[in-house]
Design a protein around this ligand. Structure first.
Ligand SMILES: C[S@@+](CC[C@H](N)C(=O)[O-])C[C@H]1O[C@@H](n2cnc3c(N)ncnc32)[C@H](O)[C@@H]1O
Length: 261
């Protein structure tokens, strides 16, 4: 299916914070429940070892995405360190729900961070989950070029995909939101009201999930993007699909600077 960059609610700066945080909390809850990024642990652990990274700067972190499980998965793969979550619209209460294992230190950067121009003080291995599709090709190249210009490794992972099976899988979302919202953490009365009194959250999550599938880059599209990033030949790129516990594979792109010495 050809990539289509349709409107997503989450991209709108005017979206009320109760809807934005309710949606990203819910996304984290579902990612955790389905272990959507279990297959990312060994890929990320290998890239961190190759680049000798012990600090991660997660971009577009929203409600924390897969990090509760991922810190444990990385630890099992022999990797631990510091994780800083960042977002253009930080969801600061989300960090508390991640309960990192002992060898990890996790913090949420309080200021807005745009993944296309990451401040130099956030020097860790850059990661991005369920978010690269938010960037149309010119901006997606900027995200990669910003990391390459700083000679910082980057890993991008997507659990959605632009095919009929993925779109079918998101159709039950409104019912799942109705069934599970009281169990989503952090607990927010605003999310309860926006699910049961004025059910905007189930509809928002369904629409953004559907559009996310249409926007997700294929392996071939990711390869084409990388080829157009200035300096990308100074990196080793690993781009592919990985099968986890779920029925659908995740798509990933990992770039590590080639050693010069
Ligand atoms: C679909 S959510 C994914 C959140 C999280 N990574 C997860 O896996 O649940 C996408 C996130 O990207 C953030 N975002 C969108 N554009 C951004 C940008 N230019 N820079 C940084 N964050 C951005 C949104 O605020 C939102 O929190």
């Amino acid at each position: 299916m050809a990539r289509r960059h349709l409107f997503e609610w989450e991209d709108q700066p005017w979206l009320p914070v109760a809807l934005r945080d309710g949606a990203t909390d819910y996304l984290r809850f579902m990612i955790e429940l389905g272990d959507a990024y279990g297959a990312a642990s060994p890929i990320l652990a290998d890239a961190m070892r190759r680049s000798r990274a012990t600090r991660i700067t997660d971009l577009c972190s929203g409600g924390g995405g897969p990090w509760r499980r991922l810190t444990r998965g990385l630890e099992r793969n022999g990797v631990a360190g510091d994780l800083v979550l960042t977002d253009r619209f930080p969801n600061l209460r989300a960090a508390a729900a991640l309960e990192p294992p002992l060898r990890w230190r996790v913090a949420y950067h309080p200021e807005s961070v745009d993944a296309r121009a990451v401040p130099a003080e956030l020097a860790g291995f850059r990661t991005m989950f369920s978010a690269f599709h938010h960037f149309a090709p010119a901006d997606a190249r900027k995200v990669l070029a910003d990391a390459v210009a700083a000679r910082i490794p980057i890993g991008v992972f997507e659990a959605t995909r632009s095919d009929a099976s993925a779109i079918l899988a998101i159709l039950p979302i409104p019912f799942l939101v109705l069934l599970t919202m009281p169990f989503v953490r952090p607990f927010r009365w605003s999310s309860i009201a926006l699910t049961y009194l004025l059910p905007l959250l189930p509809l928002l999550v369904l629409w953004d999930g559907f559009v996310s599938c249409l926007r997700t880059y294929t392996v071939a599209e990711l390869r084409a993007l990388v080829a157009e990033v200035p300096g990308s030949d100074g990196y080793t790129w690993d781009i592919g699909e990985a099968k986890g516990k779920g029925p659908l594979p995740l798509t990933y792109l990992v770039g590590v600077p080639k050693l010069t010495a």
